[in-house]
Design a protein around this ligand. Structure first.
Ligand code: PLP
Length: 338
């Protein structure tokens, strides 16, 4: 840390001396890089905790927490789709956590907390959808897609991106959503047809919509709030809530069992659940719906009550057996399609 030794020089440069952080914390961060960085600054300022936040995709975090089981190197898992945190909770990898009684969580977050056995708390929600690049669509003279089933049209060959559901919680949400919408065999038939149009299965869930924004792909399947953030930044994106209906995620936070910095971990989670902590999302340009009833909605957050939504079954699709089975089927039936 920068230490200012000469008071006059500190004043002249506008730098003020700061006490050493009271504690350190290791956080695996499942949200966008920009939010990880904003949260790091906020917890240093508000909690005097020097947190290391490392961005990873949801499936990668789950794998890392499993690998570290006997000697945890991570204190907190913050962000990313909560289904994987439910699996970690069921596998005994997370500490129970009791939020402050004054924390006013919305009902979907309360349900998620109960489902995790009090080991993981919802911090935001967001609906799945897709976005297309309006400039590219016009250039190619193609019809705008409005439904999941439109994405398998031959005119979009090599132009669609979906992340790899093994690493990406976003893509696993897409897989589970399609199974809930169409039934499992129909969903896999659909994914096999979609594979013919897939340009790439990148590792991170926001890559498809970023590649679409940059004109590398025509259509990216992603969370709608990710696409909103890019559209606000000026990219030529049209955002679609698919006509058949769609699924959604609950992003979550948990303390790792055996965390070495437990007090700091509890303070971090308390902040992540507070209205002030959740406002760091909007400050970082993010558009998820916060779980704290007192947190203000980011101005661009999609109105999820207007989206046709499946009654997403977090208990089933958040279970380790179901995730393992669906991913195995995806790898053997879909990923091998050239
Ligand atoms: N980025 C944002 C903005 C998200 O809302 C989420 C999901 O919680 C993710 C990233 C998840 O990333 P990934 O799909 O790479 O696991």
């Amino acid at each position: 840390m920068f230490v200012c030794l000469v008071a006059a020089a500190c004043l002249a440069t506008g730098v003020t001396a700061r006490a050493e952080p009271a504690s350190r914390l290791t956080v695996l961060c499942g949200v966008d890089e920009a939010w990880c960085a904003t949260m790091k600054t906020a917890v240093l300022a508000r909690l005097n905790i020097d947190a290391t936040l490392t961005r990873r995709s949801t499936g990668e975090i789950l794998d890392q927490i499993r690998r570290e089981k006997d000697d945890p190197q991570t204190d907190v898992w913050w962000g990313g789709t909560g289904d994987a945190q439910l699996q970690a909770a069921a596998e005994g990898l997370l500490e129970p956590y009791q939020p402050e009684p004054t924390t006013a969580m919305l009902p979907w977050a309360d349900n998620f907390f109960d489902l995790s056995g009090g080991r993981s708390a919802g911090i935001y929600a967001g609906a799945l959808g897709f976005a297309y690049n309006t400039d590219l669509l016009k250039q190619k003279g193609l019809k705008a897609p409005a439904c999941w089933k439109d994405l398998i049209d031959g005119s979009y060959a090599g132009a669609v991106e979906l992340a790899d559901p093994n690493s990406s919680g976003t893509a696993y949400t897409a897989l589970a959503t399609l199974v809930q919408l169409f039934g499992e065999d129909e969903a896999f038939k659909y994914l096999a047809q979609l594979a013919g149009n897939i340009r790439a299965y990148p590792q991170s869930g926001s890559d498809p919509v970023k590649d679409t924004a940059h004109g590398k792909a025509l259509i990216g399947i992603s969370f709608i709030h990710d696409a909103v953030t890019l559209r606000q930044a000026g990219y030529p994106l049209e955002i679609v809530a698919p006509c058949e209906g769609t699924g959604y995620e609950i992003g979550a936070v948990s303390i790792v069992k055996g965390a070495k910095n437990k007090d700091a971990a509890r303070a971090f989670v308390g902040f992540a659940l507070s209205a002030e902590g959740q406002a760091t999302g909007a400050a970082a340009g993010q558009n998820q719906v916060p779980s704290n009833a007192r947190a203000s909605l980011p101005p661009g957050a999609p109105d999820i009550s207007m989206i046709r939504m499946v009654d997403y079954d977090f208990a089933t699709f958040g279970s380790a057996d179901e995730r393992r089975r669906l991913l195995k089927r995806f790898d053997s039936e879909i990923r091998r399609i050239p």
